[in-house]
Design a protein around this ligand. Structure first.
Ligand code: AMP
Ligand code: MG
Length: 390
């Protein structure tokens, strides 16, 4: 059995870069920028007023100084023409400041009578002018790779970039396996349950940038599983759920081997989620997840989320660990890394008593996975512990 860290490294080694595509800016949020975006203009393109007020020559700036107002500059409407020393321009936020060494006195510091103004209050030090290029210059870049945020979209628009090159969303095919499973909304037989994992995992994968399709449930026989694998053809990643242990009905390992899966690893020293496998199956990556609902979702958080990010060209790295103190004491950990369902409330980690890997109600209340190293001794309340946000 390998460690979680080794398993992740092996998973990253299976990744092949995906193509990129161009999308309009309105569809860019949340996508991964695949090529540096280069500013096509300078912003602001001219020195601009940052406040409503009056532009006067800086060397005439003085409490009590008076000026004749000879014109107006508004956003989108510059004042064109000379402004001599004793003159001022009425100016509004976003308007070009006339050429020369000007200072914008905010209107609150001015007394006006007709077309005559006086600096009536201390105008302060700041000139209330945004310098040309103060935000960015032509040729400045938004570097790839990065997840495009709403602020990035605003910046790209401001750079006059109407389309961007982003990583293609990885196509993921999800296969649930098990004679006991039916789809949500169907009427299960007396010995059947509802397939939940595929739906939770699709939500998780798509949230992180995948395009996931849920394939028909494979029954616990080789032919049915082979049919499901055939339906997955063309995906970048096929994920099976369940049937991954070594019981008589656990067919994922033998069937994928028969189909030519080049297996990278099988079984990881972790709780929940031990019977995890991964490899390449032709052009597809394949990950076999354990069937227990919490195991499948925790493996999704620990392995599939970083894997999708790596497929998108983002840095291949494990989930970030944060730190918080324990609210109550916890017992020693066993021989496998344990991802304990916990709730972070008021800065303290409350670890759920029930850590059974089939209990979804607990997982749904959890917002943290407490990370327990192998053989971690008992911990007192107040101990600083590592956790992963979920
Ligand atoms: P398995 O690994 O196939 O032995 O499955 C372990 C447990 O997880 C069994 O109780 C299964 O019924 C359950 N299980 C497997 N796949 C799913 C699924 N897609 N949704 C919900 N439960 C599942
Ligand atoms: Mg099964």
């Amino acid at each position: 059995m390998i460690s979680v860290e080794e398993a992740l490294a092996n998973l990253f080694a299976l990744v092949r870069p995906l193509d990129s595509e161009r999308v309009p800016l309105v569809e860019a949020a949340g996508r991964v920028l695949a090529e540096d975006a280069v500013a096509r203009r300078t912003q602001p393109p001219f020195a601009a007023a940052a406040m409503d007020g009056y532009a006067v020559h800086r060397d005439w700036l003085q409490l009590g100084a008076s000026f004749d107002v000879i014109g107006e500059a508004a956003a989108g409407q510059a004042f064109n023409g000379p402004v001599s020393k004793g003159e001022a321009i009425r100016i509004f936020t976003g308007a070009p400041v006339p050429d020369g060494d000007f200072f914008v006195v905010i209107q609150e510091d001015i007394d006006r009578s007709g077309d005559r103004i006086t600096i009536a209050r201390d105008p302060g030090k700041g000139d209330n002018i945004r310098p040309a290029g103060g935000d960015f210059q032509t040729g400045d870049m938004l570097r790839a790779p990065r997840v495009i945020s709403p602020a990035d979209v605003a910046l790209l628009a401001s750079m006059n970039i109407p389309t961007v090159t982003v990583a293609k969303r990885p196509d993921v095919a999800l296969i649930s396996t098990g004679n006991e499973l039916v789809m949500p909304g169907e009427t299960p037989g007396p010995d059947q349950i509802i397939a939940s994992n595929t739906f939770g995992l699709k939500a998780l994968l798509d949230r992180h940038g995948a395009l996931t399709k849920i394939l028909p449930i494979a029954r616990d026989d080789s032919d049915s599983l082979k049919t499901a694998f055939a339906l997955a053809e063309g995906a970048d990643l096929v994920v099976t759920i369940g049937g991954a242990s070594v019981g008589d009905h656990d067919l994922v390992a033998p069937v994928s081997a028969e189909l030519g899966m080049d297996r990278s690893f099988y079984k990881v020293k972790m709780r929940p989620g031990k019977p995890l496998m991964a490899g390449r199956l032709g052009d597809m990556m394949m990950v076999g997840l354990p069937g227990n609902p919490v195991s499948a979702m925790v493996c999704g958080e620990i392995f599939l989320q970083p894997l999708i990010r790596a497929m998108l060209g983002l840095p291949a790295e494990p989930r970030a660990r944060k730190q918080a103190v324990l609210a109550e004491e916890i017992a020693a950990n066993g021989p496998r890394e344990h991802y304990m369902r916990a709730r972070l409330d008021d800065g303290k980690l409350h670890v759920f008593d029930n850590q059974d890997s089939s209990i979804l109600t607990v997982l749904s209340q959890a917002n943290a996975l407490l990370v327990r190293p192998v053989s971690d001794p008992p911990k007192q309340a107040g101990t600083l512990m590592k956790y992963i946000e979920v």
